[in-house]
Design a protein around this ligand. Structure first.
Ligand code: NAP
Length: 378
């Protein structure tokens, strides 16, 4: 399998909302500016529910590039022979049907988080992606950012020992009293609420630091708890707290004993630090915003030495690059497609499934039931 061959991945952008504008702007950044020379990106088409919005989007975010086809339906993008892969930026509850149509048309798919409304929808999509032999990945952009890769490296190189407790919170004040109840963050028909929108980010840090830790041997959490506070405005969760325990078991081969204490809210600003990972011999703290942090600090402890638990030393790192950070996941898609992979080694199907299984359980314990018809597969 060639790994040195350069390819230009030809993208179709599905939908014209806020996140789609972030994504297109980033993939139009020259990859060489982030020292990427093996892959490149070209936008071939934009699909919207109206062709006018597709044209406006191209005008606004791609300098009116005439080589990009504007379409008034998503299906026309899926049918476009010049498109290799599609990026889906529709609301959560529209991901399943949109991704399924893309897969059936033989397109590789990068789909926004949370990848589906529930785990059953995701399992159905993964089966379809397998059947049609297309690459499929949730757009968990944080996992591909240079800071996350460096935190993971330090967490696993041994000097901190094993992780023991992780705290992570992503909150954002959406001014819920003053936005329409049909806004996707408040509308249960669009999977509104804190958990599905913000919950993926505290969770991604738990997955990076605990689930992915070699001592865990890819074992599932042994316990999941969830607690939701609902807003009387529409009944969606305004704040959610959830925990994961990873216990050593013989059957899983895991020797990790660690807990993640995670939370999210749509009524508050994010706390600082956003993530704290406490290890046997030190702590990593990560500054907000935890979906795209730019700095972190490591404090090493002298545990076991005469000085007891005193801090032995610290390391601080900051990260800068051109663009906002959404392009790193696009590079991953291009590399995987180039190499004929159907899933990413870094954010594979197992991690999206873990996420959706956890969200299902937290919603169950928190009593958040979607309106009838929202979940396309149950
Ligand atoms: N990765 C991140 O950092 C990040 C950040 C924010 C949001 N997200 C995710 O991205 C998705 C979209 O969020 P957003 O903030 O971009 O939302 P948004 O601004 O409301 O855009 C969503 C777009 O989806 C299309 N759409 C299709 N069916 C729709 C429906 N029934 N109702 C409303 N819009 C519909 C619309 O585009 P057309 O009219 O052109 O079809 C709309 O502009 C969510 O799943 C969210 O979790 C990710």
């Amino acid at each position: 399998m060639a790994t040195s061959k350069t390819i230009t991945l030809r993208w179709g952008i599905i939908s014209t909302g806020w996140i789609a504008s972030c994504f297109i702007k980033d993939i139009l950044v020259d990859p060489k500016s982030r020292n990427v020379h093996d892959v490149a990106h070209k936008v071939m088409a934009v699909g919207s529910r109206t062709v006018e919005r597709a044209k406006e989007f191209i005008d606004k975010f791609a300098n009116g590039d005439q080589s990009i086809a504007p379409y008034g339906t998503y299906q026309e993008v899926f049918d476009d022979k010049n498109v290799d892969a599609v990026y889906i930026g529709t609301p959560h509850t529209v991901h399943y049907a949109t991704a399924l149509n893309a897969i059936k048309a033989g397109k590789h798919v990068l789909c926004e988080k949370p990848v589906t409304s529930n785990a059953a929808e995701l399992r159905s999509l993964l089966a379809a992606a397998k059947e049609h032999k297309v690459f499929f990945m949730e757009a968990m952009w944080t996992r591909f950012q240079p800071l996350a890769l460096e935190v993971k490296r330090i967490a696993e190189e041994g000097s901190l020992g094993k992780p023991v407790v992780l705290h992570a919170d992503l909150s954002g004040d959406f001014d819920v009293e003053n936005i329409p109840k049909t806004h996707r963050i408040l509308d249960p028909n669009l999977g509104g609420g804190a958990l599905l929108d913000l919950g993926p980010y505290p969770l991604v840090w738990a997955i990076i630091a605990l689930y992915e830790n070699p001592a865990n041997n890819k074992a599932q959490p042994t316990t999941i708890t969830g607690n939701m506070l609902k807003t009387p405005l529409t009944g969606v969760d305004s704040s959610t707290a959830f925990t994961l325990s990873f216990s050593p078991t013989e059957s899983s081969g895991s020797s990790l004993a660690a807990q993640a204490i995670l939370s999210c809210s749509i009524t508050l600003d994010a706390p600082k630090p956003g993530v704290t990972i406490r290890f046997e011999r030190g702590t990593i703290t990560i500054d907000p915003p935890i979906y795209c942090p730019k700095s972190f600090k490591v404090s090493y402890l002298n545990k076991g030495n005469k000085s007891g638990g005193a801090t032995q030393g610290t390391l601080e790192r900051t990260f800068e690059y051109v663009g906002k950070g959404w392009h790193f996941q696009a590079d991953e898609v291009a590399r995987c497609v180039r190499d004929g992979k159907l899933e990413s080694d870094s954010w594979g199907h197992d991690k999206s499934l873990l996420e959706m299984d956890i969200f299902d359980e937290v919603r169950k314990q928190g009593g958040y039931i979607f309106p009838p018809g929202v979940e396309k597969v149950v």
